[in-house]
Design a protein around this ligand. Structure first.
Ligand SMILES: Cc1ncc(COP(=O)(O)O)c(C=O)c1O
Length: 1015
């Protein structure tokens, strides 16, 4: 049977009486979790916090004495990392309390360490897991220096060394899936048990579970481990047992245990190197701890009828984790540990590659005589050969590859080893959860593109291990694995995308001679749906795969899979650079080449290599849902827009001094979208240029200079526009507004001058224009223009209250000023209800400026005005913008208009934006950190506060949300005068699924520790 120590049953009053008598401590007790011990947090009347521990009455004096001594050693050896024991008034480390029933209880008091229990920390970031590993190494070094060994505790069920026995004795309690899981963990344990003998032993902590590890509080820099408590399970065992135990609990409830294991092991190994023997048992140990834990819980429940919350607390997550680990091939998990410990993930690989390097092989595919008939194809994320959705249209993909090879006079094309690729888009490549950005994108074989029907030769003698038809779309199709012998053991070569008929005769065991043609390259229709090619890969371990083996890996696991499948060119000997090498040092180059005030988004800069619709992809193929880029209005790299530009680029690109139909058609189509009398347009190349020109036109028309703008507004980067942009001239590095500019208060009814309780707040805000124009005039600057966005973007997604723009325009016009609507952020239907932001405000401006979305990323700017105003601008001085309105830009602009009309993007923005806003508003009911949700259509803002009542802005939370969302694969940006507003302004093709993902991601982040409001 299994031995479980009973728990003490002292009342808090009895404990307090003892504390008063023996320690002179008075205070209040709060229960703390504990397995065998009864633990209380003692908040003393002296203001100090301590912990009182009452041991199991079954525990021996000897063990408790040694434990107290060990704690004192550890408190010194770890510099306070382990809480010290506090002596009683009489100088004793342990005091006895005799209960009324005569039972003797032993009480100790230890220091209280500040921190959050590891079990309660959200999220368990990679850096925290790494720190846990480092701290485990420190802990075990300090424990290793303890001179006296406590007893081995062979009869103690929680000792990891007894896991095998515990699981075995409890097997009868399980059935079905649970039985299968425990049996498999038990088998894994038995396989590794003989290895423990060689590991040596020392004092170990014995129970580094997630309730015994303390973490620094949020807000104190990156989270780190600050303490380890409860040495009550210390005993003699190999030090790596502690690492196994720590891993078992630290991975509970994590999506990707392998990633977590890797970080912890890396942290440990970087501090004190793990031997190969130690590394190889870590995974079995971690699984065994979970297996023993659920076994003990089951035993307690069945044999003792006990339902103990503390013991059961990790039971559900432990089963979940056992289930998850069961899905992962053991050799892969062990490989992950080995890789983190600086070893080759696949133990055989170094010896095998050493041997392969010395061999000669028959060519797998007949190579042309001329080396230049063999080219390396760029199939990486940024490849111009590809369009990001290539595998949706495989025939076209195949045509493109073969056309490219023809253009290059190539007979053979090579697809590189370790190349990240964007086209593995089906479910097959989803990989495991854990990092929502990642799919399996990194190629672990080499592709040889050749005619279908070309013979595939065995590079060396072997026999057929398997012939399989992996029939799913984009799978390997017909696949052969050959087994070969080498002096360092067997290894395998895999051949994918074959012709079915060519492998019909092959059977497992069929001998194949070096150089023999044993298969042929298959056609697209039967090879899994690919351009004809051979996928060739070396396997040093089959793991548990049959008939196939992964040919693409998750970016985070690349080094592990690259070890299991070393460079195929060891055998193929193909010419050229057949291994992909990622670019490095971009941040450094950028810092050297550009001014330091050219900012880069996010704490960890992204290297974005491709855009497809609402997604951006980095150089490893990680995907990011783009909620920032309102420039890619009709979707990133929208085909029709790209092609329109490409086609016109090949015909003519010149300036507007010639007659050209396209620019006229574009001007007609664009101005048709505006209400009368806005009918004349000017083309330029950016939003800044459009605003700069708008101011020139207004000044020409009014023969005046004075400009009124809104606080928090941004209108462009030229000197004049910085002068009118309060966001810049009143911000960091700004030198204030010049004499010809006045700014009026931001019409923010959440935190501005007039709140939502002020009924006529719109007109009240507008009245400030009167003062501003008055002040301008009295300083000698006659009014020329009032410039405003209809919804302020940099100002924090502020939609002015009803009536504001109407009244503001009335006042401006009454002072002789023109009204300029800056629609650069919000135009082209983004607000959902109207094509232009000013539409919702029921006004018609005198001049409208356009930019950003107008060219879907191609630099176009435009100014639209009335013929009367345009006439007064035509005062004799020529207007000329070299690139403005060129035929290429016009073709692109027209293609954008086509999509906006055809896809009814304005209505789409209203529908998707409407539900998105409602769902964000419902998050606000659950998270105090959300002060306000506002905006229109697909132009929304979430304002974060530390305190809802005081509305104290929280740039901290907004920044955390933006950075964390990027880690979770959603791009958001923070802005506003207090930098506390998250802006959501995605490409307009953003759909319901995208919107749901944004809400779920923000929901997850707002539940995390760093996103909680602070005093
Ligand atoms: C409202 C507004 N106006 C004008 C501009 C300037 O446009 P560009 O950067 O294309 O010169 C911007 C750019 O962010 C903007 O947001």
């Amino acid at each position: 049977m299994i031995n479980i120590l009973s728990r003490p049953d002292l009342t808090p009053d009895a404990v307090l009486a003892s504390l008063q008598e023996h320690y002179g401590i008075d205070g209040t007790l709060t229960s703390l979790p504990g397995d065998r011990d009864l633990n209380f947090l003692v908040t003393g009347t002296d203001g100090l916090k301590r912990v009182a521990k009452i041991s199991s009455p079954d525990e021996t004096d000897e063990i408790l004495e040694i434990e107290a001594d060990l704690i004192r050693h550890m408190a010194r050896a770890t510099d306070g990392f382990v809480a010290d024991v506090i002596p009683s008034l009489g100088g004793a480390w342990i005091v006895k309390h005799i209960a009324e029933d005569g039972k003797i209880h032993r009480i100790r008091v230890v220091e209280y360490l500040e921190g959050r229990l590891f079990a309660e920390v959200q999220p368990r970031s990679p850096s925290l897991l790494y720190d846990l590993g480092r701290r485990m190494a420190d802990l075990d070094s300090a424990l290793g220096a303890y001179p006296d060994h406590p007893p081995a505790r062979i009869d103690f069920e929680w000792a990891l060394g007894r896991s095998g026995l515990v699981m075995e004795r409890c097997l009868s309690l399980f059935q079905g899936e649970q039985l299968e899981l425990i049996q498999s963990v038990h088998d894994g344990w038995l396989k590794r048990e003989p290895d423990f003998l060689g590991l040596g032993s020392q004092v170990i902590h014995g129970d580094v579970n997630d309730y015994n590890v303390l973490v620094s509080l949020p807000g104190d820099g990156p989270r780190r481990i600050t303490g380890i408590i409860d040495l009550g399970d210390a005993h003699s065992a190999p030090r790596v047992f502690d690492l196994g135990i720590a891993i078992a609990y630290a991975i509970l409830d994590t999506d990707d245990p392998l990633m977590s294991i890797s970080e912890i092991v890396r942290g440990f190994h970087d501090r004190t190197p793990l031997s190969e023997e130690e590394a190889d048992v870590v995974f079995a140990l971690a699984r065994a701890r979970l297996g023993a834990s659920v076994s003990i819980s089951a035993w307690r429940r069945h044999q003792l009828g006990e339902v103990d919350d503390y013991a059961l607390i990790s039971e559900r997550p432990a089963w979940d984790m056992l289930r998850k680990l069961h899905e992962i091939p053991v050799r892969l998990a062990e490989g992950v540990v080995r890789e983190a410990a600086g070893l080759s993930a696949s133990p055989n690989t170094p010896a095998l590659t050493g041997w392969l390097e010395k061999q000669t092989f028959a060519p797998v595919i007949n190579m042309p005589e001329e080396q230049d008939e063999v080219i390396v194809l760029d199939l990486s994320i940024a490849s111009p050969l590809l369009n990001g959705r290539d595998t949706d249209f495989v025939e076209e993909f195949a045509r493109r590859i073969s056309r490219h090879m023809e253009d290059e006079n190539a007979r053979i094309g090579i697809g590189r080893y370790l190349e990240p690729r964007a086209f593995y888009l089906t479910e097959l490549f989803k990989g495991r959860p854990g990092d929502p950005r990642e799919r399996r994108t990194v190629h672990t074989g080499i592709d040889i593109f050749d005619q279908f029907g070309s013979g595939v030769h065995a590079p060396l003698t072997g026999h057929v291990l398997s012939v399989a038809h992996n029939g799913q779309n984009l799978d390997y199709g017909p696949t052969v694995i050959l087994e070969h012998n080498s002096p360092v053991g067997p290894f395998w070569t895999l051949y994918g995308h074959l012709e079915a008929a060519s492998v019909d005769q092959l059977e497992p065991g069929t001998k194949i001679q070096a150089g023999e043609v044993f298969a042929r390259i298959g056609a697209l229709e039967e090879n899994g749906g690919w351009p004809p090619h051979l996928h060739f890969q070396i396997l040093t371990d089959l793991m548990e795969f049959k008939g196939q083996f992964p040919g693409v890996a998750l970016p985070r696991e690349q080094p592990v899979w690259a070890s299991f499948s070393p460079d195929p060119n060891l055998i193929l000997h193909l010419p050229g650079d057949t291994t992909f090498t990622p670019l490095e040092g971009l941040s450094k180059r950028r810092a050297e080449l550009f001014g330091a005030n050219l900012g880069v988004a996010y704490d960890t800069p992204l290297h974005i290599a491709r855009g497809v619709d609402t997604y951006l992809y980095d150089e490893m193929g990680r995907s990011y849902l783009d909620c920032v880029n309102n420039v890619a209005h009709v979707g990133h790299e929208r085909r029709s827009v790209v092609e329109a530009g490409q086609l016109q680029m090949g015909v003519l690109n010149t300036n507007t001094r010639y007659l050209h139909e396209r620019v006229l058609e574009y001007a007609e189509r664009l101005t048709n979208w505006f209400p009368d009398p806005l009918s004349v347009c000017f083309f330029v190349n950016s939003g800044s240029e459009a605003n700069e020109l708008a101011l020139r036109i207004a000044r020409a028309h009014t023969a005046s200079q004075g400009i009124v703008a809104i606080e928090g507004g941004y209108h462009g980067h030229s000197q004049t526009l910085i002068d009118v942009s309060h966001y810049k001239h009143a911000g960091e590095g700004g030198t204030g507004a010049p004499a010809w500019v006045r700014t009026v208060p931001i019409p923010d009814d959440y935190r501005g001058l007039y709140g939502r309780d002020v009924v006529d707040r719109g007109t009240r805000y507008a009245m400030h224009l009167g003062e501003a124009f008055g002040s301008l005039s009295s300083s000698g600057h006659k009014p020329a223009a009032f410039i405003a966005e209809s919804i302020l973007s940099c100002g924090g997604q502020i939609e002015p209250p009803a009536g504001y723009l109407e009244e503001a325009y009335r006042i401006a016009r009454s002072r002789g000023a023109l009204c300029i609507a800056d629609e650069i952020q919000i135009g082209f239907g983004r607000t959902g209800s109207h094509m232009w932001g000013f539409g919702a405000a029921n006004v018609v401006p005198d001049i409208v400026t356009l930019g950003k979305p107008i060219g879907n990323g191609h630099p176009i700017g435009a100014v639209v005005t009335t013929s009367e105003i345009a006439d007064s601008f035509a005062n004799g001085m020529e207007f000329f913008s070299t690139f403005g309105g060129n035929p290429v830009s016009s073709a692109i602009g027209l293609a954008v208009l086509d999509v906006v009309e055809h896809d009814r993007l304005q209505e789409h923005a209203a529908v998707i934006g409407g539900t998105l806003k409602a769902n964000l508003a419902s998050l606000a009911m659950r998270y105090e950190s959300i002060g306000d949700v506002r905006g229109r259509g697909l132009f929304l803002g979430i304002e974060f506060v530390e305190d809802r009542i005081a509305k104290q802005p929280s740039a901290r939370i907004a920044r955390y949300v933006a950075n964390r969302a990027a880690e979770l694969g959603v791009l958001l940006s923070a802005d506003g005068p207090h930098h506390n507003v998250i802006k959501i302004k995605p490409p307009m093709t953003f759909d319901q699924r995208d919107a749901e993902r944004v809400v779920a991601t923000i929901d997850q982040i707002l539940s995390e520790d760093e996103a909680q409001p602070r005093e």
